[in-house]
Structures are given as C-alpha cells and as structure tokens.
Design a protein around this ligand. Structure first.
Ligand SMILES: [Zn+2]
Length: 423
C-alpha cells in the first residue's frame, strides 16, 4: 500500500515537473514571439557619442545616452538604415524587362544584397517601357511588398518615365519607342496594379499634358519629380507651383550641349521649394557640381540616390544587355559602353554616396546620412523610418568610416539582424 502511494506520488511529481517544464517552455516561446528586448550599442551617427538602443517588437523602444560602450574594443557608428529612392535593379536583376522576367526571387535577391551594404529601404524604379510590362511588374512588386521575407524593405515604387522628353540627351538611355505624353487613365491602371504603392513619378514638365498630370498626381498624394527634361524657367516654376517637389538626379538625364543662360539647371537650383536627388557615385557628377548643388540646396534639401542598374553588385567584366550592347562594369564600379566610352548606368549602391558626398562637400557624417535617410523619408511620407527615435522601425546599421569609405558591420531590419560581417 505504502509502496503504491509512493509510486503515485512520484507519478504526480513527474507530471508536475513535466507541466512546469511545459509552462516555462511556453513562456519562453511567447517571449520570443513577442520579441525579446534586444540591445544595440554604438557611437551615434550625429554626434559620435555612445548610445544604447533597445528594440522591442521590431521597433525602437528606447534610446539612451551611456557613459561608454560595453564592449570597449568595438567602436562602431550606429545610424538609421539607408533609404534609396531610385533603384533600377541589382545583382543581374532588373525591375523592367532587361534580361529576364521579374520574379519574387529576383526581388528578394536584391533586398538581401542591399542589406549587406546598409540599404534597408528602397524604391524599385520602373523606367520607360511598355504598358504590359508596367502592369505585370507593378503587380508583382505589390505582392512582394506584402511578403514577410522582404521585411518591409520596399518602401514604395518609383515610375521614371515614360512621360519624359523624347529628345536625345535629355531622354538618356530610356528607349524612344516607349516615350509618350502623359495619359492619366494609363497611369491609373499602373497605380491600381501597384495597389497604390507608386510613391513618386518622374516626368518632364515641358511635354503636352504634363502640368495637369502633375496636379492630378499631387491630388492623389503621389510625389512628382522633374527629370529627363528640358523645361524652361517658366515651365519649371509652374510645375513647382503645381506641386512638383524634387529634381530627379539633377545634372544627369541632360544633353551635353546646353544654352549657358537658358537651361534647366538654373531654375531648378534657384527655387528653394525644390529638393534635388543626386547620384553621388563619383562618376555621374563632377565634384564641383556636387559642391555647387549642395551649396544651393543645403543638406536638408539634398537626397542621395544610387540609380543603380541591374549590373550593380556584379563583378567587373563585360556583359551583354537585352538589346545586344556590350557593357562593362569597371573595377572601380562604373558601368560604361566600352565602344563610346560613356557611362551606361550606375553600379554602386547608395553606401558609396555617403563617403563621396562628405569628401567633396566637407559635410558631416550626420548630414550625409540624413541625405540618404531622413530627407527621402520626409519627402515621401515614410513616417516609420529614416531617423532613430522610439516608435520608429528598428532599421539600423552599425558601421565604420575609413578614408571616406563606409563599411557595414551589421544591418538590422525591423529589429532582426539580417547581416553581420564575418571578421
Ligand atoms: Zn534617369
């Protein structure tokens, strides 16, 4: 009898222990699911002082100034993840039909490659093309944006063209056969396909129908960029009056030969209402151009973009594009037509622009980072990212700066470490 009681007691004990273990197990699973508090320390990008950032449920929950970093041997800067509002492709994948159909896997490949170079948000940019391609690819991108695999890294979509100048030079590399006048119904079909995710459209103000198109876009809350255009002073002013907010890659998408008085640069530089985006990869603009642009607009109204092409991220060498041209990715990161010795696109991700703009303008690290985070976030209404503040998405980068070169040590997207550099 006694023996039996003892057995029952041990059985109860075992059941009890098992229950307790399961409860403890459940609690820890719950904690993991709700997101444990994660802490990151670094030297704050604005003043280089040590800070601790706490992350909960994918967001910044606390920002604290500390005496010194816990691990004194590792001195990394900490800043917000970079936001690139103009990306044509990367790693051999293009957002328009340039060498193969766009797939979710291709989009994911770009996102993951960007995380390694500090870009935590980007705008896939669809350049001048056929309407069927737009509908198909905007729809695919809208679906991709909902996929948790991308961690919200696509912050919006950019339509660059097809409503741009048909004139050689201003048109840039956009195929003439697809360049056309603004057509609101056609654009609305794209907008619907994108599930209202087109955040910015780049147009030429001087083409027929552009002014109404700008007004209607602004009424819908879509930002308007002026690019690939030869607008005169009056047209540019009217476009700004109607709500155009940014010059798209100022200084590029322009003919080589322009009138010294009447050209699109002066009215865009002189109107304080207009922000500018610039390709600061070291090839697209001369240092003195960047200096002058930055002097007239200042660090608050300048946005860095990569405008990176499908060849970006690929090793140096020769590549055939879809129309059979041979392009070269040079060892220093330019894409050129070797036959003509002219630039054929950008191969550098946004990270390169940070050091370059500091080097040529003398601006601070904080200012350079704002040009690639806070400024585009403000312009495009991305109110959950772009700065480090409690409540914002925990999109963070830990990095070093050495001789104007930013090197990423760790990238955190939505609170999760998605990249860590191996030593
Ligand atoms: Zn362009």
């Amino acid at each position: 009898m006694k023996q039996k009681k003892k057995l029952i007691k041990s059985a109860e004990l075992i059941i009890g222990v098992v229950l307790l273990i399961s409860i403890i197990g459940l609690v820890s699973i719950n904690e993991a699911e709700q997101g444990n508090i994660k802490q990151v320390e670094g030297l704050f990008y604005l003043d280089h002082a040590p800070v601790r950032i706490e992350i909960e449920d994918g967001k910044i929950s606390r920002f604290t100034r500390i005496e010194e970093l816990s691990n004194d041997s590792e001195h990394f800067y900490i800043g917000p993840g970079l936001i690139d509002s103009q990306v044509n492709g990367y790693m051999g994948v293009s957002f328009v039909d340039m060498g193969g159909e766009l797939t979710y896997e291709g989009v994911k490949k770009i996102s993951e490659a960007f995380w390694k170079v500090g870009t935590t948000s980007f705008f896939p940019t669809l350049t001048t093309n056929d309407q069927a391609i737009y509908i198909k690819n905007f729809a695919l991108l809208a679906q991709a944006m909902k996929n948790p695999g991308l961690r919200g890294s696509i912050a919006g979509l950019h339509l660059e063209g097809p409503y741009i100048s048909p004139v050689d030079g201003f048109r840039g590399a956009h195929p003439l056969k697809y360049v056309r006048k603004p057509d609101w119904d056609e654009f609305m079909d794209m907008y619907d396909a994108s599930e209202k995710n087109i955040r910015v459209v780049t147009v030429a103000p001087e083409i027929e129908g552009a002014m109404d198109f700008i007004s209607k876009s602004r009424d819908m809350g879509i930002a308007v960029g002026l690019g690939h255009h030869n607008g005169n002073s009056q047209q540019i002013t009217e476009a700004i009056d109607r709500g155009a907010q940014v010059s798209t890659h100022l200084g590029n998408g322009m003919a080589n030969m322009i009138n010294r008085h009447a050209n699109p640069l002066w009215p865009q530089l002189s109107d304080d209402r207009l922000m500018i985006s610039i390709i600061a990869d070291g090839f697209h603009l001369r240092p003195e151009q960047i200096r002058v642009f930055h002097k007239s607009k200042g660090s608050d109204k300048t946005i860095l973009i990569s405008d990176v092409s499908a060849l970006g991220g690929l090793p140096p060498g020769y590549y055939l594009n879809v129309i059979g041209d041979t392009l070269e990715v040079t060892p220093d990161g330019a894409v050129v037509y070797p036959e003509l010795e002219v630039l054929a696109g950008s191969a550098s991700p946004l990270i390169k622009g940070i050091g370059h703009v500091m080097k040529v303008t003398g601006c601070s690290l904080g200012e350079a980072i704002h040009m690639a985070t806070r400024n585009p976030a403000n312009l495009y209404g991305l109110d959950d990212r772009g700065v480090i503040r409690p409540g914002m998405r925990a999109d963070l980068i830990l990095f070093t700066m050495d001789d104007f070169e930013m090197d990423i040590k760790e990238t955190i997207v939505g609170g999760e470490t998605v990249y860590e550099k191996s030593n």
